[in-house]
Design a protein around this ligand. Sequence first.
Ligand SMILES: CC(=O)/C=C/C=C(C)/C=C/C1=C(C)CCCC1(C)C
Ligand SMILES: CC(/C=C/C=O)=C\C=C\C=O
Ligand SMILES: [Fe+2]
Length: 562
Amino acid sequence: MAAVAFSTTTNTRFPSLSTDPLGPKSGRSRSGMFPRGCRLPSRRRMLESVLAHVATRPDILVPASPAPETCRDGEGKLVAWTSIRQERWEGELVVDGDIPLWLKGTYLRNGPGIWKIGDHDFHHLFDGYATLVGLHFENGRLTAAHRQIESEAYKAAVKNNRLCYREFSEVPKPENFLAYVGELANLFSGASLTDNANTGVVKLGDGRVVCFTETIKGSIQIDPDTLETVGRFQFEDDLGGLIHSAHPIVTDTEFLTLLPDLLRPGYLVVRMEPGTNQRKIIGRVDCRGGPMPGWVHSFPVTEHYVVVPEMPLRYCAQNLLKAEPTPLYKFEWHPSSGSYMHILCKASGKVVASLEVPPHVTFHFVNAYEEQDEDGRVVGVVVDSCEHNADTSILQKLSLQNLRSFSGVDCLPDARVGRFRLPLDGSARGELKAALDPDHHGRGMDMCTINKAYLGKKYRYAYACGASRPCNFPNTLTKIDLVEKTAKNWHEEGAVPSEPFFVARPGAVVEDDGVVISLITDKNGEGYALLLDGSTFEEIARGKLPYGLPYGLHGCWVPNTE
Ligand SMILES: CC(=O)/C=C/C=C(C)/C=C/C1=C(C)CCCC1(C)C
Ligand SMILES: CC(/C=C/C=O)=C\C=C\C=O
Ligand SMILES: [Fe+2]
């Protein structure tokens, strides 16, 4: 692979995060990291002088201390689980291979990137302050950038050098009993909840780009060209609530999400039109089991239905109040409460079926579709998920201590493509089986994407992270063929790849005609952007980053409009 050419000019410190973090003397143009239609320099000039802009905050951007047993065999190998070294960077990457000329646009990826504040190391992967990464493809060239999202939680942490809001597993330490009582009151009002939008990023139908997490206040609009934080995305309706699914379903025509109702256990299914900030209720699903709704990190849709999953892994009032992380964080496992799939008609808002299904643990649904009989009547719904064999231990396996302490002994719990078959003939139960032999993907399965044109429709291919054992985290990029029930795996020893994101070739008529983008940290802690062919799953190009980036979660594609 070609050696990277990059240069970094370090602005060692910048005074304030409020406007331009580089400060007035940075000389940096505010025209954007990926100016639309910009003329990039010749390839030769690019090699000679690669653009690079950096900013560091040495007070917080120091590597989190790795677990002791992990320091021995190689510096840098834990970069995926180590706080990002500087607050922002941008530059052109030297590419080895050929980027297709049709690939024009920006891949954005969001995820936790800083897991340390003051001298406090965060506990869980999901706690980290959001870092946005952008890869801009144009004329066969690749420009990259990353930048912190300026949530109130992040800014307060920087300002006060301590945790100020409740994160996924972290709770600010109250100074005294009075402060503790105040903190609890703030929990109920939502004031103490984080707005650290570190889970995903989506392009709404109207072009606005918004980062999300599971708290509603953690919906933050960003500028896809500069990665700059525009401000909080305010829902302008009276639905209230504090939490929603981290993964809204977003198309050019709608935005759908679920609002769990913790007081009267159930879920509101809501829809927002492009160009508005107003969610409207489509319908409501009442829970069938347990004291609280099941966790809905994501949910699936078909052409006519929203499927509302009710997992036995449920929100837990007591755990929400606790200051110390519990084994299942804010959740509790209630196997006897049952697991259900509720099917709600998008047009009428009515629940047309509510089926009991086997217990399952799922963060991410892959896709869903309707099945018809020979007369075209819908007779059932198929739902595919990344399913962790109903084993909640995956949640603890994503603690930073675990991620940083891999000693060569396999410890990633098994997962599969869990296929639910939900008959619409009045049956009380649905089934759940592996869609293919999980050994084909090393019994690891998460972080899935599909060709978006097949959302809610019968489809054949899914891209995800699988496992090459032994490992403690999914470490392969895997293309699943759900018809042939086979998988193709990309793996590089010691590498940690992030979600393989599929981008279809404009005008493609074949489902897997496109490329797959992933950001990788390799065994030496270096990083690169990888492009695989969506069909053959062979590498077609890679662009080396100046340094490995922390692991990231979900991404989206913003096509060039010019
Ligand atoms: C990163 C990711 O995938 C999930 C993040 C989830 C978060 C930040 C959840 C936060 C929560 C609270 C801070 C309190 C209320 C419950 C819950 C939504 C779990
Ligand atoms: C990274 C992950 C699970 C990996 C397990 O195999 C889950 C991420 C969830 C949030 O987006
Ligand atoms: Fe997710």
